[in-house]
Design a protein around this ligand. Structure first.
Ligand code: NAG
Ligand code: NAG
Ligand code: CA
Length: 302
């Protein structure tokens, strides 16, 4: 599993480490190619140097397996004059409208902490920050039966299947009114569909009188029925932390994925691939899933 997000502390660590990445001839690395030639083959974040008006400036980049390069912006991107975006909608508003992995700064309390995210800038007008992706063609690369701490921090690989983490979801949905889109594919022949909610919010882990990461959702429209409404108001449960309403069992451990269980679930988007638990059920329909995503975007309408 590759590290898909990190905190600023790591930035400081890598910067303090930067001299180790210097070429043998003493010149500073400028891109992922240089980093690789210097013998660092791991996917991850590295410091490289740009020369601006004869002054060397350290910036951080992300080097992936294909020698691709994602540049992490400082608060101000010197090359493009952009400011740091808090979500994929702000990236889109800045004209960065390509689908795929990009960098946002979602934490209001830590505005300089970057996060690698997957953006969908195409579906229903784009501007979506993807917070969960499941796809059974990834051969269950990522295990979703995880602990509360892992669900808080996020896990998986933004290039494949992943959960962005409850801390991030809280940060994204707390700063403005947000909508939620859930596109799904079923395992059979019915095909695909979606659920859209005009309102989606995840509260903080610790909030007076509330269960952890309490979820609120509303104003459904879509093609697969309102499966998630039943979960509205619940806290988050995992295999090691039971916040559900089932007195006998831990739903998350039984079903094999974290979520806002009640007693137990009409929807489980984190449950194991190839089981009937990984499903969407509403009074209109039942879908056994092969793919599902959850994505959020600040509401445009009021
Ligand atoms: C580089 O220096 C020139 C001349 O001093 C100045 O006009 C220009 O704005 C500088 N460019 C940047 C990117 O700092
Ligand atoms: C999930 O993990 C827990 C703890 O490791 C385990 O007891 C449980 O059986 C797992 N559930 C599934 C459905 O695999
Ligand atoms: Ca229980």
């Amino acid at each position: 599993m590759k590290l898909t997000y990190f905190i600023l502390g790591l930035l400081a660590l890598v910067i303090s480490d930067a001299s180790e990445h210097q070429a043998e001839d003493g010149s500073s690395p400028r891109n992922c190619q240089d980093i690789r030639e210097n013998g660092f083959v791991e996917v991850g974040h590295y410091v490289v140097y740009n020369t601006v008006n004869n002054t060397e400036e350290a910036i951080m980049i992300y080097c992936d397996e294909k020698d691709g390069m994602l540049q992490l912006m400082d608060k101000e991107d010197r090359t493009a004059g952009r400011s740091a975006a808090r979500n994929c909608k702000e990236l889109q508003d800045q004209g960065i409208s390509n689908d795929g992995v990009n960098i946002i700064y979602p934490f209001p309390d830590h505005p300089e902490t970057p996060l690698l995210v997957l953006c969908d800038q195409t579906t229903q007008g784009g501007g979506w920050t993807v917070i969960l992706r499941r796809d059974d063609s990834y051969d269950a690369l990522t295990d979703f039966n995880r602990t509360f701490e892992e669900y808080a921090a996020g896990f998986g690989d933004v290039n494949y299947d992943f959960y962005i983490g409850n801390e991030v979801i809280h940060a994204l949905t707390d700063s403005s009114l947000n909508e939620l889109l859930i596109p799904i594919d079923d395992t059979g022949t019915v095909g695909s569909g979606y659920a859209h909610y005009q309102y989606f919010h995840v509260a903080a882990r610790y909030e007076w009188n509330l269960p952890p990461y309490k979820m609120g959702i509303g104003l459904y429209e879509g093609t697969i029925g309102d499966g998630l409404q039943w979960h509205s108001g619940m806290g988050f449960s995992t295999t090691d932390q039971d916040n559900d309403e089932n007195d006998d069992d831990n739903c998350a451990a039984d079903w094999g994925g974290g979520g806002w269980y009640r007693d137990c679930a009409t929807v489980c988007l984190t449950c194991p691939y190839g089981t009937y638990f990984f499903s969407w059920w509403s009074k209109d329909s039942y879908w056994e899933l092969s793919k599902a995503q959850m994505m959020v975007r600040p509401s445009s309408s009021t």
